[in-house]
Design a protein around this ligand. Structure first.
Ligand SMILES: C[S@@+](CC[C@H](N)C(=O)[O-])C[C@H]1O[C@@H](n2cnc3c(N)ncnc32)[C@H](O)[C@@H]1O
Length: 218
């Protein structure tokens, strides 16, 4: 079994290769979560978003097209390169910035300076439970009081749950990608010291996901 560091390095290499092979791996259309989040953030009067694990930016570009300013981060430079090219092509580069960042490291923003954080299918990547709790603490640190965090993850109701080999700490690996499937206990655990606004199961294609909204207490 790999150490945490070996697993993390292998995952970064795996994602980098995947984006090198297919620069727009997730396709041009925004995710269902992005479409839903636009309405939530709009109603909350939010106009700037920190996106974590943005990939090649299908959601960042969509949010920018809807008028939001987006700072997108990912640990794949290939994905971010594609994101910057597409932002330039679409004339959105004044509203979308992109920076290389591994979310195992502290988030760059200062305390209580961010209005909203968004992460589609990042938290179900190869993080230990301890790393997930640290990441949630970091997100809470950078959010302003009352700031929102919206994320999606694969659910234990997903048809692929537990169908591939387990690689430790509840993570499963397929084609070199390690991932976790979330249940309500884990979602509640990660909402400790937050206000949990909602956790809803939804379908996207044949996948079953959770959409989770939580706020930093005001
Ligand atoms: C399933 S993809 C989702 C990409 C994007 N959110 C979307 O929906 O199109 C997961 C993304 O998380 C990124 N990622 C995985 N582990 C990461 C880490 N430790 N730090 C930053 N990004 C990470 C990957 O490079 C990949 O772009």
């Amino acid at each position: 079994m790999k150490t945490e560091q070996e697993l993390a390095r292998a995952q970064q290499d795996r994602w980098q290769r995947a984006y090198d092979d297919k620069p727009r791996l997730h396709g041009p259309e925004p995710s269902a979560l992005a479409r839903w989040t636009v309405r939530l953030f709009g109603a909350a009067g939010i106009d700037d978003v920190l996106e974590l694990g943005a990939g090649h930016g299908r959601d960042a570009l969509y949010l920018a097209r809807q008028g939001f300013s987006v700072h997108a981060t990912d640990f794949s430079e290939s994905a971010l390169h594609q994101l910057r090219l597409d932002a330039q092509r679409d004339g959105l580069d004044d509203r979308v910035t992109a920076a290389l960042h591994d979310v195992r490291d502290p988030l760059p923003p200062a305390d209580a300076t961010v209005n909203a954080v968004y992460a589609n299918l990042l938290l179900n990547m190869a993080f230990t439970r301890t790393e997930l709790r640290s990441l949630l603490n970091e997100i809470r640190r950078v959010l302003r009081p009352g700031g929102l965090f919206v994320y999606s993850v694969w659910s234990t109701e997903d048809p692929c749950y537990a169908k591939s080999p387990e690689v430790g700490d509840g993570l499963y690996s397929k084609d070199g990608f390690a991932a976790r499937f979330f249940d309500p206990t884990l979602i509640n655990d990660l909402a400790d010291q937050w206000e949990l606004g909602g956790a809803d199961l939804y379908d996207e294609g044949r996948r079953k996901l959770w959409r989770v909204t939580q706020a930093k207490p005001a």
